[in-house]
Design a protein around this ligand. Structure first.
Ligand code: AMP
Length: 214
């Protein structure tokens, strides 16, 4: 299965992509997670990416595309992949197609998880993450047992800088302007499947599974 997930930041696509990848036995490749790991480890890639990430802006396409190119050529991606957070610009989508052409493994589905902007701002600004084990919570919809503390490891939860409401709003506007052309692009290839992303995680997961099984 070779699939990309499209959707606004905070649309729930990370959660849905991770579950779909487990079900399909393919790696879940999230570019945001790879960038954050590089920032944590202070690699050259992380140092380049950090300034953009802190402002809630996209890392430049050439940097991002090179990173994805090398990740998709790792052994575990030979059986397929679910890409999450990439592509998010039309040039990234076109570069992905060129790369997959070279590998003779064309993309099969672009799954678009649709949610409205205000819902997404609420989701993002309420999100808290564990800096130690990466667990994700939400102050309203998925609170930890003890407020502000990770259920799994007891570490104090933090809000990502790019989840602050003002940064999140800017991020959504910038990202949507860049990502929207991907919808007609994949529709033109007959690969676009649109899924209503509003609702309980399990309900949305059912819709995603049905769309992928079509
Ligand atoms: P995310 O976890 O998907 O919200 O990504 C966090 C940050 O990583 C974004 O705000 C960008 O700065 C960067 N990033 C992740 N994926 C991409 C991408 N496909 N293109 C450019 N920047 C990205």
């Amino acid at each position: 299965m070779r699939v990309v997930f499209l959707g606004l930041p905070g649309s729930g696509k990370g959660t849905q992509a991770a579950q779909a990848a487990v079900a399909a036995h393919v790696p879940h490749i999230a570019t945001g997670d790879i960038f954050r790991a590089n920032v944590r480890e202070a690699t050259p890639l992380g140092l380049t990416a950090r300034a953009y990430m802190d402002r809630g802006e996209n890392v430049p396409d050439d940097v991002t595309i090179a990173m994805v190119r090398s990740r998709l050529q790792e052994a575990d991606a030979a059986s397929g992949f679910i890409l999450d957070g990439f592509p998010r610009t039309l040039p990234q989508g076109q570069a992905l197609d060129r790369l997959l052409d070279e590998l003779r493994t064309p993309l099969q589905v672009a799954l678009y998880l649709r949610v409205d902007v205000e819902a997404v701002v609420r989701r993002l600004s309420g999100r808290r993450v564990c800096p130690k084990d990466g667990s994700v919570y939400h102050v309203e919809t998925q609170p930890p047992k003890v407020p502000g503390v990770c259920d799994l490891c007891g570490t104090t939860l933090v809000q990502r800088d790019d989840d602050r409401e003002d940064v999140a709003r800017h991020r959504i506007q910038v990202q949507w302007a860049q990502a929207e052309p991907l919808l007609p692009y994949y529709a033109g290839q007959g690969k676009l499947r649109e899924v209503d992303g509003v609702g309980e995680v399990a309900v949305v997961a059912g819709r995603v599974a049905a769309a992928l099984a079509e």
